[in-house]
Design a protein around this ligand. Structure first.
Ligand SMILES: [Zn+2]
Length: 470
């Protein structure tokens, strides 16, 4: 029946009207997943464990087969007594400097000199030796340069670690207000190169040390820039409490119907984790309703719609609710390195993260590689649901590198995050400034779920095309 419908253009609008995705079910998942009871869904907490169990049960009830992938994480909380002094002057902790132990040890104690390496790009280091030194970097990318994978903090830290640097300090206007919260890291393999620490130093503190930030910024943007040493010698004494935990990627599958291509997959993902709770404030719970109860709800309902198809599409569908996204795409990165099903067999990855509620979106955009043979499927889905596919409205923000699809894209999978455009802007206009990563990212029964229903249908339709094509 299904194949017959998609083969007849006249039936297309009927098809999209009757797609089995129900906004009341989406709403029900969002209401529970963003409730105070789940305490902000931090990995390795009671609320996080409850979230995993809810997702596993919901996928099972939807008709998918569930397995849990343990993701080994270490929570690092910096303890009092941690300090960095430069030429015997102690920097003010959390005002001028804040770093986290990156070696997953309880303490770090070292003395080191500084080297400024601009934006920390691989090619900059070619003729210099940063072993045992503290590398000072600028955040982001040079003015006029497009955001890239190399401008991600994780890439910069990894690069410096591989070169044997002792630590990394990134220059910044201020220390992030949430610095000091427990930081989650993927457990290091015993022989992996690791920094002792990484963190932030403010530009004001840097100026006091005689590091002229404007000059350094100009130098870093000049062609042929090479690392330069900076004055001062650091004494670093750090202490941390470590919490080893196992959070899970919740993986659900619906097998394909054609033995010849059943091993090929359409891979859907949405992160389930959020920021947990803060230690102070009136509302301490980061509910993460939009970010990302909405994506999880869509994931479950796409799985239900898929499992209900008879016959099933030729290829299989895999639904992964990932952990640790808020700490740097940890669950997705772990999956890309330890895939349960071969990554070369993934024909298309679709990630859902931050689906704002509202009326039918005026369009959508897809973060991911445009030059793949999967791209036309996105265009086809756009036509079918009459939701135009548009360019990323703000590429300079680098969202392309900041959602779970990136971890898969980095591993060679044609993977995309699908996001709604809402030009009327009722919700999204204020969401980023007033709710994103704040305690008031909360669900309200007044939410119009039309946008969420449309985006779920879109993800379903695109996936089915990919799973059914010759
Ligand atoms: Zn998110």
């Amino acid at each position: 029946m299904f194949r017959l419908l998609i083969a007849i253009p006249a039936a297309i609008s009927l098809f999209s009207q009757s797609l089995p995705i129900d906004s009341n079910r989406l709403r029900a998942h969002i209401r529970f997943l963003s409730s105070d009871l789940l305490e902000g869904r931090a990995p390795g907490t009671r609320g996080g464990d409850l979230t995993e169990q809810y997702l596993a049960s919901a996928f099972e009830a939807a008709g998918a087969k569930v397995q849990m992938q343990a993701v080994p994480l270490v929570g690092v909380s910096m303890e009092p007594g941690s300090k960095i002094s430069i030429d015997s002057r102690e920097l003010t902790w959390r005002t001028e400097v804040f770093v986290t132990i990156a070696s997953q040890q309880k303490s770090a104690s070292l003395t080191g000199s500084f080297v400024f390496a601009g934006y920390g790009l691989q090619e900059v280091y070619a003729n210099s030796d940063v072993r045992g030194k503290i590398v000072v970097l600028l955040a982001g990318n040079a003015p006029g340069q497009a955001a890239s994978a190399a401008s991600r903090p994780a890439t910069k830290l990894k690069e410096a670690a591989q070169l044997g640097a002792a630590g990394v300090l990134i220059l910044s206007k201020m220390i992030a207000p949430n610095a000091g919260r427990e930081q989650l890291q993927l457990q290091l393999k015993p022989d992996a190169p690791a920094l002792s620490f990484s963190g932030t130093i403010t530009e004001t503190a840097a100026q006091k040390l005689g590091w002229v930030v404007a000059d350094l910024t100009a130098k870093a943007a000049a062609p042929g820039f090479q690392p330069v040493s900076l004055p001062g010698m650091a004494q670093v004494e750090l202490k941390a409490a470590l919490r080893t935990m196992s959070a899970h990627n919740v993986i659900a599958t619906v097998a394909g119907s054609d033995p010849l291509v059943e091993s090929e997959q359409i891979l859907y993902s949405a992160h389930w984790d959020h920021l947990g709770m803060s230690s102070t404030g009136e509302d301490r719970i980061f509910n993460g309703a939009v970010d990302n109860a909405t994506g999880c709800a869509a994931l479950i309902e796409v799985a239900r719609a898929w499992a209900a198809l008879e016959p099933k599409p030729k290829r299989s569908a895999v639904f992964i609710a990932t952990t640790g996204e808020e700490s740097g795409l940890l669950g997705a990165t772990y999956y890309a390195a330890n895939p349960v099903f071969p990554l070369q067999q993934v024909k298309l990855g679709l990630n859902l993260d931050g689906l704002a509620p509202g009326p039918k979106p005026t369009g959508f955009f897809a973060l991911g590689p445009a030059n793949t043979d999967a791209w036309p499927l996105l265009e086809e889905g756009a036509r079918r649901l009459s939701v135009p596919l548009r360019p990323d409205p703000k590429p300079e923000l680098g969202y392309l590198f900041r959602a779970d699809h990136f971890a898969l894209m980095n591993a060679g999978v044609p993977a995309y995050s699908l996001l709604p455009l809402d030009e009327a802007g009722q919700f999204s206009a204020t969401y980023m400034s007033s709710r994103y990563h704040k305690a008031n990212d909360e669900y309200s029964p007044d939410w119009d779920m039309t946008s969420n229903e449309t985006m779920s249908r879109l993800a379903f339709t695109i996936g089915i095309s990919a799973a059914s094509r010759p």
